[in-house]
Design a protein. Structure first.
Length: 282
């Protein structure tokens, strides 16, 4: 990787700047993150960074990597730590065969070790890059044994959860009491939704019930990708209501970095009122 890296102010967490911090080492099956000197001020910085990492992994066409992370001089402010921990956990569950870190500052090392103690993972912290790579070489690859998720649902489970309110031009989506366990659940449900929308040959306002919906970390990367694509292709605007605390935090985080309004309301009535405002140009 290049010897000189731009400062936080120079990269401003733009895709171009983030790209200077990522290296895919194909022969070693390693995705290297150079966070040296990077300062995460807040959740917006964190979400912008992880959004682009997810896009780059998707572009590579390979889901599984060993993560090699250089934390030398990295600063993560208290306002950023919750988002940093949450997004890092989600990315690891979706794409990591093992994560190894090196050159962590005392403060960052202490925070990582504290998280390791509470989240039950091995922090794998080393003093040098060479030691970190040596550790990765000891880890087993999972690429040949690709994970094939067993479907948890059938179309009959999805059909009652989608209703088109023709006069209101609303697609009513009921995710209440539903769990997305992994990417297969996401793809199966979104394939069904897209098929139903194609039959109508029009765009819709999306009204989404998230009451007691659970999106597991293993499902979040694919859920965010499919949701974003569907909104671009077929939505006139999306309003969500009754999300659980964790789901709401994830939605708000991605909205913050991707520049869309989360439009989260407490009740269906409030969500319908918001759609009426959107129709009126508000």
């Amino acid at each position: 990787m290049a010897e000189h890296h731009a400062t936080l102010e120079e990269i401003a967490f733009t895709p171009e700047g983030i790209d200077t911090r990522l290296a895919f080492l194909g022969d070693l099956q390693i995705l290297e993150f150079d966070l040296s000197g990077v300062h995460f001020h807040n959740s917006a910085d964190v979400n912008a960074f992880y959004d682009h990492v997810e896009e780059r992994i998707a572009a590579e066409g390979e889901d599984l990597w060993f993560f090699l992370v250089n934390y030398q001089g990295c600063r993560i402010d208290p306002e950023a730590w919750i988002a940093f921990s949450r997004r890092g956990k989600t990315l690891n569950l979706a794409h990591s065969m093992g994560s190894v870190r090196y050159d962590a500052s005392h403060e960052t090392r202490r925070q990582i070790e504290r998280d390791a103690g509470t989240e039950a993972f091995d922090p794998n912290l080393f003093a040098t890059r060479a030691e970190a790579i040596a550790r990765i070489e000891e880890l087993p690859t999972r690429r040949r044994a690709r994970i094939i998720h067993t479907p948890n649902y059938a179309e009959a489970d999805f059909a009652p959860r989608i209703e088109f309110l023709l006069e209101d031009r609303i697609m009513d989506v009921d995710f209440s009491n539903f769990t997305f366990h992994h990417s297969r659940d996401v793809d199966d449900f979104y394939d069904f939704i897209e098929g139903q929308i194609r039959k109508t040959d029009r765009k819709w306002f999306f009204l989404i019930n998230y009451e007691n919906c659970r999106i597991m970390p293993e499902a979040w990367v694919e859920y965010a990708r499919r949701g974003k694509e569907l909104n671009i292709a077929a939505s006139l605007g999306s309003v969500r209501y009754a999300p659980g605390s964790e789901t709401e935090a994830d939605i708000r985080g991605r909205a913050e970095s991707q520049g869309f309004r989360p439009n989260i309301r407490n009740t269906r009535e409030e969500a319908m009122a918001r759609i009426a405002e959107m129709k009126a140009g508000g």
